[in-house]
Write a protein that binds this ligand. Sequence first.
Ligand SMILES: C[S@@+](CC[C@H](N)C(=O)[O-])C[C@H]1O[C@@H](n2cnc3c(N)ncnc32)[C@H](O)[C@@H]1O
Length: 275
Amino acid sequence: MAATNHAVTAELVALGLERREARWLVEEFYLGGEPSARADLLAAASRRLSGEPLQYIIGHWPFRSLDLDVDARVLIPRPETEELVDVALGELDRDVVTPLILDLGCGSGAIGLALVSELRQRGVVATLVAVDESADALTVAKANARKHQVLTASFVQSSWFSTVDASLRGNVDLIVSNPPYVGGDDFELLDPVLRYEPLGALVAPDRHGHTGFDDIATILEQGLEWLRPGGVLVMEHGDQQRDAIVAHAATQGWQNVRDLDDLSGHPRIFVGRRS
Ligand SMILES: C[S@@+](CC[C@H](N)C(=O)[O-])C[C@H]1O[C@@H](n2cnc3c(N)ncnc32)[C@H](O)[C@@H]1O
């Protein structure tokens, strides 16, 4: 006879899993209590005990209103990035009825797909161009677009703006980005669980003496010309990068610059406009 969910959860806890995570795995792999599911559940528990993130093991994760497929090809979407979506929604000009959104470094598609779906709920049909240099990430993002019936998205393999269609230049209403911003040396000191995520999603070279600043600097240098007049960039960054970003943005001509804390009180979100 199949063990009850409660008994199986207790078994996983005895193996060393946290109770909350054990419950999660049981719900994912053992919900019907089929005896044949037991092998899958134990394999999942063993992956978790060896350090792999829960999100990759269960293969999907909530981000705002979406349930996104995630695996080792993409960064696991973070709660502070959900806050960036709120900021972006607030910054988007309400007079624009069919906004054009560029999501730079889309990963799983989290930011752009959440924006399009939430705008759709308000009756706004946004067009999304989702860019990533990783073909693997784009495969996951496309699957997530299909899963959530986002039909107005296209996907471009490009290093930042380098192969984005030139016809978009000067026409984008909103650029959103959560670029890599961790310095190589800092990465070595961070939680080893991050090693399961793609290195290219997290680590950026230093620039101008600032740690992990290279990708952020590129977006600040090239972003303005892709925005329409009045268009806005909303970009996530590391908690030590505020001063460097605001200073660099000023040298590039960004207007109405603000830099916001996340809900934990850390500097996190740059907002700048094209005049
Ligand atoms: C921090 S992850 C963000 C993923 C997703 N937007 C999110 O917030 O969950 C950064 C993403 O930028 C992509 N990336 C890194 N360098 C890039 C480049 N030069 N051009 C375009 N995308 C890049 C990575 O592949 C990764 O998907």
